[in-house]
Ligand binder design. Structure first.
Ligand code: SF4
Ligand code: SF4
Length: 411
């Protein structure tokens, strides 16, 4: 275990350390193929045993954002997670216990009842019977202190994340309307207990601060390994059902979540220097932010780039709001007039009221079957879009934003 801890401590070293990201093509969720592809991918960066070591309590942390069918590509695919449990079992000590856990997005409570509903909807129950593998039903969560945190020094963490000797992070290849991408670093937001996530959205409204907060959570318990399900990704207005599934046909693996996100962003067609989480990592000099110090294994990155991957509409606004002066003085204007805003898609909306309940600013009301948004109160966190099970929140520019961005290629 000391060896693993040292490995993680080295991630804080200055950016002269080269990180490795392995990429492997895999186009379908066929159980044996996925298992073989993951094994080969991790093999390129040293193999499972190097990372698992002698760990007894192993947490697999998929992206289980919301109760969502696997084909919608909102959550880490069950075939991917099942393949991972087999691989980890084969490479871990015989008495190792593997727990699969996540605290879903704010519309799903962290209760046994809601977790069962989540697993059922996401197609996870099939592998719960494997010996020493368990789907977490423990509702407990505890406050933790993290004095090294830059912005976040105390937070509530779910029990399996506290108990784990090591975490293997299993993010999904997805765009995000607020942070542009939601990959390996942001996936660790799910170790935070349920609705505390809403409060953190309100507390850290500025995108730079929000990403700094995400880095604090990531550094509280750095995963030893990050393996990304990019077989089918999500493009457009992710990370929820407002995004669209898109075959990306890849699996990525790295011991550095930052490097993995950096490579994922490049494959999607972003300039990784425009990604807020990468910028935050750069400011802290956490390895992986600099593409020049990332070694790609398994091919050349240009062979994997998807030219027409659809990026979130808000991508163009980020170029403006990353400017410090504008962040400080113009942000309210930017937020209200240039950022995309949520609108109800009445054809899809079932009036389930989830968005009304989870909105951290209470900026949504209902009048008959119409949702009324208070755009002065709305902080553009896009939790409503993220949590809407029907993909019924459209994110569109105001007339002024349209004027500015309509001709602009969002890259
Ligand atoms: S927009 Fe979505 S979350 Fe909101 S009420 Fe309609 S279906 Fe429910
Ligand atoms: S209306 Fe939607 S985007 Fe606006 S604050 Fe509420 S949840 Fe966030």
């Amino acid at each position: 275990m000391n060896e693993i801890k040292n490995l993680q401590a080295n991630k804080m070293a200055s950016q002269t350390t080269e990180e490795e990201v392995a990429i492997k093509a895999c186009t379908q969720y066929k159980s044996k193929n996925v298992e073989k592809s993951i094994e080969e991918c991790v093999g390129l960066i040293g193999g499972f045993k190097k990372y698992i070591g002698d760990a007894k309590n192993i947490l697999l942390k998929p992206n289980l954002l919301s109760p969502s069918r696997p084909e919608l590509a909102v959550t880490t695919h069950p075939v991917f997670v099942e393949a991972m449990t087999r691989l980890v079992k084969r490479n871990a000590r015989p008495d190792a216990v593997i727990t699969i856990a996540d605290s879903p997005g704010i519309a799903t409570l962290h209760t046994e009842k809601d977790l069962i509903r989540l697993y059922n909807q996401c197609g996870y129950p099939g592998f719960a019977d494997i010996e020493n593998v368990k789907l977490n039903l423990d509702e407990r969560h505890f406050p933790v202190s993290f004095k090294q945190g830059k912005l976040l020094k105390k937070f509530e963490v779910i029990k399996p994340a506290i108990d784990a000797d090591i975490i293997i992070n299993l993010p999904k290849f997805k765009t995000h309307s607020l942070t542009k991408i939601t990959g390996a670093v942001k996936n660790m937001f799910g170790i935070i207990y349920g609705r505390e996530k809403t409060l953190l959205h309100t507390k850290f409204m500025d995108i730079g601060k929000f990403c700094d907060m995400l880095l604090d959570i990531y550094q509280f318990k750095i995963p030893v390994l990050n393996i990304m399900d990019g077989i089918t990704g999500l493009e457009g207005e992710g990370p929820g059902a407002s995004g669209k599934p898109r075959n990306a046909g890849i699996i990525l693996a790295s011991s550095s979540a930052i490097a993995l996100d950096n490579v994922m962003a490049s494959i999607m067609g972003f300039n990784s220097e425009d990604i807020p989480i990468i910028l935050s990592a750069k400011k802290r000099n956490i390895t992986g932010w600099d593409s020049n110090y990332i070694k790609i294994l398994g091919g050349q990155i240009k062979d994997f780039i998807i030219d027409d991957y659809k990026l979130p509409r808000n991508s163009a606004v980020g170029k403006i709001s990353s400017n410090r002066f504008i962040n400080a003085f113009i942000l309210p204007f930017v937020r209200n007039n240039l950022s995309v805003s949520p609108y109800q898609n009445q054809e899809k909306c079932t009036m389930c009221r989830i968005c009304i309940e989870i909105c951290p600013e209470k900026a949504i009301k209902s009048r008959d079957s119409v949702l009324v948004f208070d755009y002065k109160e709305c902080i553009r966190c896009y939790c409503c879009s993220e949590m809407c099970p029907e993909g019924a929140i459209d994110l569109n520019y105001s007339w002024f934003g349209n004027l500015i961005f309509r001709e602009k290629k969002i890259k």
